[in-house]
Design a protein around this ligand. Structure first.
Ligand code: G3P
Length: 222
């Protein structure tokens, strides 16, 4: 995954479930092929298997638990996510926060099952701590900008700069994504120019009347 990467998190938005998830996945596949940008999707767990098997895009779980198969109830294991066809997982999203120990266990479990890992962080300290655990990516997302109309690229480019610098210092093998409020090609281009590999986003695409239209704009300046 060396191309620019856009990951669309469906969260549990009504507009990101079932047939709408299929429509978003189809748009991601078409626009990814047209543009050469890798566009991945993190659907609901119940959509994970179907989307992984019907579309040629990287599919991510929204979370997983770093436990081995066994006597746990309601947990999501790396093995089950892999068997469902996912390529990777988000971890520690602001809406699904984990302890450092949980993140470490989840990264280990994901690696055992050859899953890519994107650890979300909300400030400089968590970015630094997460990068030391060597996920594939850290995704810096200031929580106050999540779901809003003003993106991290516009409102707080410095946090992106500092995250890239911290990751470079601590573990340059880790790539950085930026997220929160990303809604246009300019937001994506700014994030990439600041040293990230791409963006993590949700509402601008998932809640759009025409997700393909928004996606075309998102890749338009790359
Ligand atoms: O995981 C992506 C996310 O938290 C950002 O959400 O709606 O601001 O793009 P949004």
């Amino acid at each position: 995954m060396d191309n620019p990467l856009i990951v669309i998190n469906c969260k549990v938005y009504h507009e990101g479930m079932g047939r709408r998830a299929d429509l978003i996945a189809q748009s991601a596949q078409d626009i990814g092929e047209e543009s050469g940008v890798t566009i991945g999707l993190a659907p609901n767990y119940t959509d994970l298997h179907r989307i992984s098997h019907h579309f040629d895009i990287p599919v991510f779980s929204q979370h997983l638990d770093g436990v081995s198969p066994g006597a746990y109830t309601g947990h999501i294991t790396a093995e089950s996510v892999r068997m469902a066809g996912a390529r990777g997982t988000l971890l520690n999203h602001s809406e699904k926060k984990l302890t450092l120990a949980d993140i470490e266990a989840a990264i280990r479990a994901a690696k055992e099952h050859h899953l890519e890992t994107i650890v979300c962080t909300n400030n400089d300290a968590t970015t630094a701590a997460a990068s030391a655990l060597e996920p594939g990516y850290v995704a810096i997302e200031p929580p106050e900008l999540i779901g809003g109309k003003i993106s991290v690229s516009e409102a707080d480019p410095d946090i992106i700069r500092r995250s890239v610098a911290a990751v470079q210092r601590i573990n340059p093998r880790v790539a950085v994504l930026a997220g929160a409020g990303i809604h246009s090609g300019v937001c994506v281009k700014t994030a990439i120019d600041l040293g990230t590999r791409g963006v993590l986003l949700a509402s601008s695409v998932v809640k759009a009347e025409d997700p393909a239209h928004v996606l075309r704009d998102l890749v338009s300046r790359l």
